[in-house]
Design a binder for this molecule. Structure first.
Ligand code: UDX
Length: 454
């Protein structure tokens, strides 16, 4: 099928490259000429494991352009995956979505095109995009006679760092539209994934237990809500384990054992019960905020989702309190922070706990040193105020420090020779912000081990 993807961020690029890999003819349009040039040269503008390889494998079916005139005509499906940053009041800023929809409408010419909202947009945005498309289309002098279109929602559930795997081997595919023909087109588009009929790429082998992928084919509003509800649920699972973690510390229980003990109940499930400094990234914070904002439009409070957010924020402050309890005085102390990206295997810094923890420490007079195996360059660009505190080497984050905090559980840190770096520190205190280092091991190596749970 012929596919157009608007926006080559995480979501758009992964969608476009994966669909091209599956054999569809894909044109990706992005207004950023530099990005398009880079992609044309076969380079991926984001750090995502496997993406360069998939780009190369899919190259024959892929075109990159800045021109909607080139990308939209003839498309069976147009994915809109543009950024929706938070506006000042917390609601998503939809101006890019509006202008993308207008540009798409200017160029529609196929007898039937499905326009898919791939960005995470507030519930109701499907209708809003539909109205924009119809208004802009009606204003065209050159509008073709045989040209129909409909809007669908097809949320993605991909994790950064696992984007390709999550796209090719998803737990489910959700498509929503109030137009049955769109559902049929999208069903056809995704058939290779639904039936798992494609040959998996060598760098992303099919997991042993992958069978047919369930398809949730539903109405527009339900598909839109599924995305928010899924992210809010995952977010509150993390906040729940963190809330229990604090109590565990107070009553003398071991949160690792508690999480294992509850996670084995299949109704609960063991994933997303890893306690620590909490979630970050582009989705959970933004989506929980947007969900609450949607509730407010209907005069409906969402206290559970709000509590998940509050607890997540509190974990960041608790990390600083733990250090203060131990060191008594933070002023003048040298503290190393291991990890700047919001999670391992990405250089994404959005809503990263590390940035908040660094700022809280600096506000209390501490001298911080931040290290990250991958995100350093991006950190310098995006966080100029904190950039002077970057340590280019891991050793630099330990050197003469009064404490180090493991904020992001990069493999490099887990595999580190902790027995060696302990000797670099002024006082060997480690705060395990991800509950992954092991109290016994660290104590044996000579560290004073602090966990988030006390
Ligand atoms: C998430 C969702 O998983 C994905 O479905 C959605 O489409 C976008 O948001 P992502 O933000 O890439 O994906 O990261 P994910 O791997 O889900 O982790 C989110 C955050 O939760 C990270 O900061 C991670 O460190 C934290 N986390 C995760 C925990 O603190 N504990 C856990 O047990 C799991």
């Amino acid at each position: 099928m012929k596919v157009c993807v608007v926006g080559t961020g995480y979501v758009g690029l992964t969608t476009g490259v994966s669909l091209a890999f599956l054999g569809h003819q894909v044109t990706c349009v992005d207004l950023d000429q530099d990005k398009v040039d880079m992609l044309r040269a076969g380079h991926c503008p984001i750090y995502e494991p496997g993406m360069d390889d998939l780009l190369a494998e899919a190259a024959a079916n892929l075109t990159f352009t800045t021109s909607y005139e080139q990308a939209v005509p003839g498309a069976d499906v147009v994915f809109v995956a543009v950024q929706t940053p938070s506006a000042a009041d917390g609601s998503p800023d939809l101006r890019y979505l509006r202008s993308a929809a207008e540009s798409v409408a200017q160029n529609l010419d196929n007898d039937f095109t499905v326009v898919v909202n791939k960005s995470t947009v507030p519930i109701g945005s499907g209708n809003w995009v539909d109205a924009i498309l119809r208004d802009s289309f009606a204003l065209r002098d050159d509008r073709p006679e045989q040209c129909e279109f409909a809007v669908a929602s097809n949320p993605e559930f991909l994790r950064e760092g696992n984007a390709i795997h999550d796209t090719l081997f998803p737990d489910r595919i959700v498509i929503g539209s109030d137009n049955p023909r769109s559902l049929e087109v999208l069903n056809r588009l995704y058939r290779p994934i639904i039936n798992q009929t494609f040959t998996a790429p060598s760098f992303a082998p099919r997991p042993d237990d992958t069978t047919a992928v369930p398809l949730v084919s539903t109405d527009l509003a339900s598909a839109e809500l599924i995305k928010y509800a899924a992210n809010a649920f995952l977010a509150l699972k993390i906040s729940f384990v963190n809330e229990i973690g604090q109590l565990a510390g107070k009553v003398g229980a071991d949160i690792t054992e508690v999480a294992r003990g509850i996670g084995l109940d299949q109704r609960i499930g063991s994933r997303f019960l890893q306690p620590g400094v909490g979630w970050g990234g582009s989705c959970f914070g933004k989506d929980t905020k947007a969900l609450i904002a949607t509730g407010a439009e209907y005069n409906y409070e969402m206290p559970i989702v709000q509590a998940a957010r509050d607890i997540n924020q509190r974990q960041r402050a608790i990390a600083v309190e733990r250090l203060q309890d131990e060191l008594r005085i933070l002023k003048g102390r040298r503290i190393g922070l291991l990890g700047i990206a919001f999670k391992p295997n990405t250089d994404d810094l959005r809503d990263s706990p590390s940035l908040d923890i660094a700022n809280l420490l600096i506000a209390r007079g501490a001298r911080v040193r931040l290290h990250d195996p991958i995100a350093g360059e991006r950190f310098k660009r995006e966080q100029p105020e904190l950039a002077p505190f970057l340590s280019e080497t891991i050793d630099g984050a330990f050197d003469d420090c009064d404490a180090v905090v493991l904020v992001t559980e990069w493999a490099q840190y887990l595999e580190l020779d902790w027995g060696k770096v302990v000797g670099l520190m002024r006082t060997p205190i480690v705060l395990d912000g991800r509950n992954v280092l092991g109290r016994d091991r660290m104590t044996r190596l000579g560290f004073k081990y602090l966990s988030m749970a006390g």
